[in-house]
Design a protein around this ligand. Structure first.
Ligand code: HEM
Length: 298
């Protein structure tokens, strides 16, 4: 977290106590600074002023910034009034379609295998079944827990149960995915891409779980975003494949697959890191003393 400092320094300007007060808020390194700016734009101006007219004023700026950071970092303190965001519906339609596609393979087995992948799948039907059965659970579970409403106080029990199902499914699907990765079609490129994807998913999910067991909410949220960004590769792969096959490779599966195996998850990782660094914006209503502040719109 960026440092927030408000110190009392130097001689004589304050008409109350006859000293000069310095409010030095290291704005550039503040976590959530964009959100803080949007909610309370005047705070940035106040914080930027090196000298303010009272010790109370300097400490007040510090208190406001810290309190806003706390509010943003602890979802339990953040009642959300926001409805389901538009991006969620879009992601839900995609995730539901891919979940149905995957479950079809899990339940129908061999009849539903993609022809180009069928020879490899026939050699390990149980691994494929585990992968295609738990894939949809993680894909849909993660999406449900991303709903703002699932982080409201009364929804915590549901959030935790969905979260447990997500973690278990993510570990199973990625474990199966890792063993399938060594036999993936298209050679060493896709094999490396899927193996790294599986290892990344396992690591991010374990990290997210460890952090919440230790009540580190912010780190939990960040690692869950990373984990879900990787799981969402299942959706992106099935968007890239038809696009590449139709637009670039004249209907050929394998050349498109070589690119799609990487494109399915590398951009997701970059987008998630960008979201985390910019300060993720959960819906929130600020606590004490921020009655004038508006909840963030996005
Ligand atoms: C995030 C980690 C994941 C990894 C590492 C992974 C890895 C793999 C691998 C290696 C294959 C076989 C590719 C081949 O033989 O060429 C595969 C196929 C498949 N995966 Fe995943 N996968 C992941 C996530 C998911 C999720 C979340 C779902 C479901 C929603 C899913 C559904 C499928 C399906 C349906 C297939 C069969 C391929 C097809 O016919 O299109 N995967 N996956």
């Amino acid at each position: 977290m960026g440092s927030v400092v408000a110190t009392v320094v130097g001689p004589t300007v304050c008409h109350r106590c006859e000293s000069s007060h310095r409010a030095a808020v290291n704005w550039g390194t503040l976590r959530y600074r964009r959100v803080i700016e949007r909610v309370n734009p005047s705070l940035r101006l106040e914080a930027g002023r090196r000298y303010v007219d009272s010790a109370w004023h300097a400490l007040d700026i510090q208190r406001k910034v810290e309190s806003m950071q706390t509010a943003l970092e602890r979802p339990s303190l953040v009642p959300t009034g926001r409805r389901v965001p538009p991006w969620w519906w879009f992601a839900a339609v995609l995730a539901l379609s891919i979940a149905a596609y995957s479950l079809r393979i899990a339940f129908l087995g061999e009849q539903a295998y993609t022809p180009e992948l069928a020879p490899s799948f026939r050699e390990r039907p149980l691994t494929v079944a585990i992968h295609t059965l738990f894939g949809p659970v993680a894909l849909l579970g993660g999406l449900i827990n991303l709903l703002p409403g699932m982080r409201r106080g009364r929804m915590w029990p549901a959030h935790r149960w969905v979260g447990r199902a997500y973690v278990l499914s993510a570990l199973l699907l990625a474990g199966a995915g890792l063993s399938m990765a060594f036999h993936a079609a298209g050679g060493v490129g896709p094999q490396a891409a899927f193996a790294l994807l599986a290892l990344g998913t396992l690591a991010a999910t374990v990290q997210a779980y460890r952090h919440i067991r230790a009540h580190r909410v912010r780190q939990h949220r960040e690692w869950m975003l990373r984990s879900y960004g990787l799981i969402f590769a299942a959706v992106m792969l099935r968007l890239w494949m038809p696009a590449l096959m139709m637009l670039v490779y004249d209907g050929q599966f394998i050349p498109a697959y070589r690119w799609a195996a990487w494109l399915a998850w590398v951009p997701n990782v970059l987008v998630v890191e960008w979201i985390i660094r910019r300060g993720w914006r959960p819906a929130f209503i600020l606590r004490d003393g921020f009655a004038a502040a508006e909840p963030a719109q996005s």
